[in-house]
Design a protein. Structure first.
Length: 180
């Protein structure tokens, strides 16, 4: 969190193009035809929230960095996008709240990524779509797949483009399983 608080003022300049490539690849692969409630988990400065607002009726961006959230709120002042400072492992939402969940380049920052994925599943509606990306420098294809095994998330597409620094998994949440 301290790292992201320090880089909040320059994050967009430094990472905008890289992030936009991931967003475009994910959205091209995802089934985003119907509207609904969207969670942008690890939303940072709110770059993806702009894209998500076009896809959903209600967008909530959550992050643990207060300074990143401050930038996100400034960017989206007056829009139907809401930002909250929360821990991704303890989301303040009821079971089955979201139709779509997007989380870009966040799992590598979590102490127990499996717990984070379990929390994502908890707040996902049945048949919801979940899009997760992880940096290739932090995960192998195999280690990323291992985190997703047994979660109730069915892989519909896996993206490993040369132009991307992340693996992107497009998943469908099919069933609630007891993960912990």
């Amino acid at each position: 969190m301290q790292h992201y608080d320090r880089v909040a003022t320059v994050y967009d300049v430094q990472y905008r193009e890289e992030q936009k490539r991931k967003y475009r690849a994910a959205l091209d692969a995802a089934r985003v035809s119907e509207r609904g409630y969207i969670l942008d988990l690890g939303c940072g400065t709110g770059l993806f929230a702009e894209e998500a607002a076009e896809l959903g009726d209600f967008v909530i961006g959550v992050d643990h960095s207060a300074k990143m959230l401050k930038k996100a709120k400034q960017r989206h002042n007056g829009r139907r996008i809401f930002f909250l400072r929360v821990d991704a492992d303890n989301l303040p939402f009821a079971e089955g709240t979201f139709d779509k969940i997007f989380s870009f380049t966040m799992l590598q920052n979590m102490p127990y990524p499996e717990k984070t994925v379990a929390e994502i599943c908890r707040v996902s509606k049945k048949d919801s779509e979940v899009v997760l990306s992880v940096p290739k420098k932090a995960f192998t294809h195999s280690s990323f797949s291992h985190i997703l095994d047994g979660t109730g998330l069915a892989l519909t597409k896996f993206i490993d483009g040369e132009e991307l620094k992340d693996y992107i998994a497009v998943l469908k949440y099919e069933e609630r399983v007891n993960l912990l």
